[in-house]
Design a protein around this ligand. Structure first.
Ligand SMILES: [Zn+2]
Length: 373
């Protein structure tokens, strides 16, 4: 039995999971007269190898054998949780992870697994990724080192939003490190099904940076890679669509130009697009209405205590006034606002910005004078 087990472990080390399954099954057969609990690690390892082969029914079955053989062993319940989660049985996964966690209370990974299973049951998936923290880290070469260092300085947020049951998500404002964003999603078993652009600026979409950085000849990865390599649809407001096509290099067949109030569903999660011109002509915010409180992805339209720049050639202060004071300020005050950059924290609320930020009621004339008109 021990020899087959060791051969199985060796096969796992060289990622030959087919051979590993074979050796583990032979080890289990060789040890069939031993006390059941001695076979539990073999069933557990065998379940892991089946999971790697994406043979989910077998992975579940072997994990169940492990649990039956050694019910007070945390690892066997963890394996069952993993196999059930990948099978889409989130109720079962939640129970298995919770039992594993009870048997190993100090294990933080298990607590996270319980939370992930509960999130899957809730059906709503939402992640805020910060440049230099969650992606654009560990550069592989000199060019990436330069790009990642700029990303960290710019403090861009990227968002993943989707359906935690179907495991589909869109990525909002993918730029700087497409490989890193992809691998974050893959690590959470999420499949990217679309790229949302809040506005065309290169730090939100990738492409050629504006002068003087265009002299360096460096192209920042972004939505173009997701469109061309991953064949994802790119959701952009109609007024920024031409720029995203010409400057960011997104092929027109990948572009889905949106109008104000457009809606896109990702599984059971509905994204509502609000056209908020001002920072760029086609700036848009994404609203997700939730039973407890809504979420607004505000791009560079609204920040904590401020709004996006209005001094660039394509900006329009009068349009920004209407976007902020009429459209955004009309949203429920409990709505959480998630901006495009970390300028002093992860989020704010409509209530807070109405009290002390740029949603505070103001005469249009005063607003325009503030912005040099
Ligand atoms: Zn911008």
């Amino acid at each position: 039995m021990e020899a087959f087990k060791e051969k199985g472990n060796e096969a796992v080390r060289r990622n030959d999971y087919r051979a590993a399954v074979d050796f583990y099954l032979r080890a289990i057969e060789a040890g069939r007269d031993l006390p059941a609990q001695e076979l539990a690690p073999l069933h557990s390892n065998c379940s892991f190898a089946y999971l790697k082969l994406n043979e989910l029914a077998e992975a579940v079955s072997q994990a169940e054998n492990a649990v039956a053989a050694k019910p007070d062993w945390s690892k066997s319940h963890f394996r069952l949780g993993e196999a059930l989660f990948m099978s889409g049985n989130y109720e079962g996964a939640e129970k298995a992870y919770a039992r594993a966690s009870e048997l190993a209370v100090e294990d933080q990974t298990l607590k996270k697994k319980v939370a992930l299973a509960r999130e899957a049951l809730s059906g709503f998936y939402f992640r805020q990724l910060l440049a230099g923290r969650d992606f654009a880290v560990n550069a592989g070469n000199i060019i990436e080192r330069q790009i990642f260092s700029s990303a960290k300085q710019m403090q861009n947020y990227v968002y993943l939003i989707g359906d935690a049951r179907t495991r589909e998500a869109v990525v909002v404002d993918a730029a700087w490190d497409v490989k890193g964003i992809r691998s974050f999603a893959a690590g959470e078993n999420m499949r990217l099904v679309g790229a949302v652009v809040t506005h065309y600026h290169f730090d939100h979409t990738g492409g050629t940076p504006p002068p003087p950085f265009d002299q360096l000849g460096i192209k920042v990865p972004g939505v173009r890679e997701l469109a061309v390599e991953d064949k994802l649809p790119v959701y952009v407001n109609r007024n920024d669509a031409t720029t995203v096509m010409n400057s960011n290099g997104v092929p027109s067949e990948n572009l889905t130009p949106l109008d104000d109030c457009a809606e896109v569903s990702i599984g059971s999660v509905k994204l509502k697009f609000i056209h908020t011109p001002g920072h760029t002509p086609g700036s848009q915010c994404v609203l997700i209405e939730r039973p407890e409180r809504g979420i607004l992805i505000s791009g560079d339209t609204l920040f904590i205590g401020s709004c996006g720049r209005l001094d660039l050639p394509d900006c329009n202060a009068k349009a920004m006034y209407t976007s902020l004071q009429e459209k955004i300020a009309a949203l429920p005050t409990t709505t959480r606002v998630y901006p495009g950059h970390d300028y002093g924290g992860p989020y704010t609320t409509i209530a807070r910005e109405k009290e002390q930020g740029f949603l505070k009621p103001m005469e249009e004339g005063k607003w325009l004078r503030m912005h040099g008109h």
